[in-house]
Write a protein that binds this ligand. Sequence first.
Ligand code: APR
Length: 315
Amino acid sequence: HKRAKIALIGAGQIGGNLALMAVQKGLGDVVLFDVVEGVPQGKALDLYQSTPVDGYSNTLIGTNSYDDVKDADLVIITAGIPRKPGMSRDDLLNTNAKIMTDVATNLKRVAPNAFVIVISNPLDAMVYLFQKVSGFAKNKVMGMAGVLDAARFRTFISMETGVSVADISAFVLGGHGDTMVPLPRYSYVGGVPLPDYPGLTPQKIEEMVVRTRNGGGEIVALLKTGSAFFAPAASAIAMAESVLRDQRRVFPVAVYCDGEYGYKDLHIGLPVILGKNGVEKIIEIKLTAEEKAALDKSAEAVEGLKADLKRLNFI
Ligand code: APR
């Protein structure tokens, strides 16, 4: 069985943790790429030297050359600048769109068959731009947002109920921004729908929904010099594992729509099955009129980002 080659484009806070988690899970050999000289090499060497201690068998290299990314099976992209306090995700668009265009152009050349998971923000715009520039198959290009947003929601539900996160599931659809759509009706504590769980008043649920929506901003405000990295890394690794090991798990993924939910030529967070072909299936659930209206609003926000990309001549 050939080991997977996993390339991480961006060796910053999330990139370093992706490398650590990929090795700890034995997902494959890791190539850590960054434009900054020394950082990917240093992080890769440091992590490599941790593997004898814990007995992991995967290798790591750090590089500034796309030659080392050649024929990667799966690529996770965090290249970009993170959100600073007071900066909206959308402020990042211009800078990160330039970076994403560069990354997509290079990956098209060296790893045209790779599965790609995009993490860079603004997420829905970056994953769309990556797909347009690279021309990669649509089932192979995935944006990580919903897994993280759902994990945040699950954490808050656990804090509130005292129930293990293992027995809590949550559903968050839509774009990765202020318009994301957490769905309490499809979120469960030990199999009980959230609105039916004892003690969870509509007001409590609403508070958790609002905190989930602001989950990224809450961390940015605390850290002051960057954005979240542990939970984003864990979320992307779960997606990568489902693809590489054909687990067929159901995740909310920023996925290309071609008519699903009524959306066309747009990446937005929807429930999908992730397996050996990447996006195996988009699950079309029946939404209430209110839920659909919220998702439509989110789709409009993503359309707005697309329009900005067009205006700025990125697509
Ligand atoms: N190619 C490759 N890497 C690049 C490029 C480029 N053209 N431009 C910048 N980078 C690298 C930076 O050198 C840096 O090491 O991307 C890395 C980003 O790392 P951090 O600044 O630590 O950011 P991180 O916290 O990892 O978040 C990365 O994910 O959640 C989003 O909003 C966040 O867009 C940000 C991204």
